[in-house]
Design a binder for this molecule. Sequence first.
Ligand SMILES: [Zn+2]
Length: 384
Amino acid sequence: MNIDSKWASRGGGLVIGALLLGIYLLVAVGCSSGSADASASSQSSRSESKILRALSASDTTSSRESASHETASDAGHSTSADSESSHETAADGQAAVVSHETTSDTVSISNPVHSTASETSDHADTATESHATTDVGGDSAETTEEAHASGGEIHWGYTGSNGQNYWSDQSADYTSCVDGSAQSPIDIKDARLADLEDLEFHYSPSMMTVVNNGHTIQANYGSESGESSWMVLNGNEYELLQFHYHRPSEHTINGHQAAMEMHLVHKDAEGKLAVVGVLLEPGAHNTSLDPIWDVLPDHAGDEVTVDGLFDVNKVLPQDRRTFRYPGSLTTPPCSEGVSWLLMKTPVSLSQAQVDEFKEHYFFNARYTQPLNGREIFEDISVGD
Ligand SMILES: [Zn+2]
């Protein structure tokens, strides 16, 4: 109004008219941009409220995990490993919550790693916070393969700006992901045939919880049932901690990638890891997976206790011959020193089962890594 009167006082007919029109346009543009700001700010506040909701959900998860640790009979490494996975669960809970709320049933974007840059940074902050409130074992990097271990500190994913090509940029602890010389997974080829010492499986039916940890669906096996399950590799006992799934397979055999891959993560008394990989190919329905697939948790951070006891023996193939090689975690921090045992024989699952997993994790497989002169052994026989 001040402007109007200022120009009016100078007079000038058409010139003034044109100027007034210009001013009107300027004001109109200003309003429009103001309303865009308002809209952005309202989106931002919606986004914050989602994060807050997720935060409170993750607090719940953390305290539940802590409580269960206090009552766990095994206070050793596996507890520490569980604690690590609870971090990841807490941290990545937000990603899936947000992702789920903003996407429909479109399979291709159901993977929680597909979050925006701003969401990613929020998650990282929250993850740090969550980390600070929980006591972590010093050997965290070594405690779980796939670790599903210390991934809770940073929101890493498989694709995009926080994807596997950038893992080492996300934390100084992740440098092995790019500098390592014995990384996993690999393409299995030119394996050296050998009569390797048999693996001995001492798996017992056990209680089990199924967790969506933001990177995979993971079954935490047996830690609180009192009865542990273990395997013997070269005379050394390794306790089974958890198993989880990747889609598609991480290991390939002569370039062939299977539909999925299961990893059974074991650890010995010194903290060394041995992982048994089982390839899964579409075929007959796999009933041994039903107790897990029936409860696949939708959101990162969700955890379900499976009714009754689960018999992990049933998820292994009958033929226990393996490919063996020295490798690493296939997820950050990509720590090496992991004994890998990939079953030569895949097990089947139905395409419908693959599809169900796909709705939770569309793509959670690391690319194959250079062999760098490592030798792969192939078991030629099992039994006496
Ligand atoms: Zn894995």
